[in-house]
Design a binder for this molecule. Structure first.
Ligand SMILES: CC(C)(COP(=O)(O)OP(=O)(O)OC[C@H]1O[C@@H](n2cnc3c(N)ncnc32)[C@H](O)[C@@H]1OP(=O)(O)O)[C@@H](O)C(=O)NCCC(=O)NCCS
Length: 171
């Protein structure tokens, strides 16, 4: 990829298909902050959870993505599992567009809350979710998520649960 922001060009946003599973997995591996998972997980997401996932594509390559699902115990929410943008494509609003388009999607329109867990040290991620909450005009609240010792003794920071919403006023 060379230049992202020509006068009329920018990434296209769309739901993933199974063919996106492997490129998505490769992109996650490029983004070393993100937990590494098997390629199979991304195939499942692209096949079974495509309604709550989006990819950003530029010149035939994936430059960003958001993966999410509707938690069975909180059907009024979309939980954002991972959101990432290729290092060379950052700070151009792509991640925020991904979140806003997810909320505007058919599945998103049924949700009252957008959730994610975020590590206290991940300033970019925290700023991203606050910026999305501001753009949506919805409050952002922080709850207990996963503690350090939930991570099987791995050197993994705690993850706080962020909830943005309600996204739509009743009536
Ligand atoms: C977090 C991440 C997805 C942001 O992607 P991005 O496309 O660069 O973000 P955007 O350009 O849409 O910016 C959204 C907001 O976050 C802010 N932001 C982005 N990167 C930032 C950084 N490194 N430090 C501080 N603020 C940052 C932007 O200024 C913007 O806020 P504003 O509208 O108030 O100015 C990207 O940095 C990334 O892929 N990081 C590694 C993966 C990760 O940590 N994912 C989140 C946890 S799953």
């Amino acid at each position: 990829m060379t230049e992202l922001d020509g006068p009329t060009t920018g990434p296209a946003f769309r739901k993933p298909t199974i063919s996106d599973g492997a490129p998505l997995w490769r992109l996650v591996r490029e983004i070393d902050v993100l937990d590494d998972n098997s390629c199979y997980v991304y195939l499942l997401l692209c096949r079974d959870f495509a309604d709550t996932c989006l990819v950003a594509e530029f010149q035939g390559a994936l430059v960003g993505f958001v993966t999410g699902y509707v938690p069975p115990t909180r059907p009024d929410s979309i939980f954002v599992w991972q959101v990432g943008v290729a290092p060379q494509a950052r700070r151009r609003g792509i991640a925020q567009q991904l979140l806003l388009q997810l909320v505007a999607s058919e599945a998103g329109r049924r949700a009252q809350y957008l959730e994610a867990t975020v590590s206290p040290s991940n300033a970019a991620s925290r700023r991203l979710f606050q910026a999305a909450a501001d753009a949506l005009g919805a409050p952002l609240n922080v709850h207990r998520g996963f503690d350090r010792d939930h991570f099987a003794g791995q050197d993994h920071e705690e993850e706080e649960l962020i909830r943005i919403g309600p996204l739509r006023k009743a009536g």
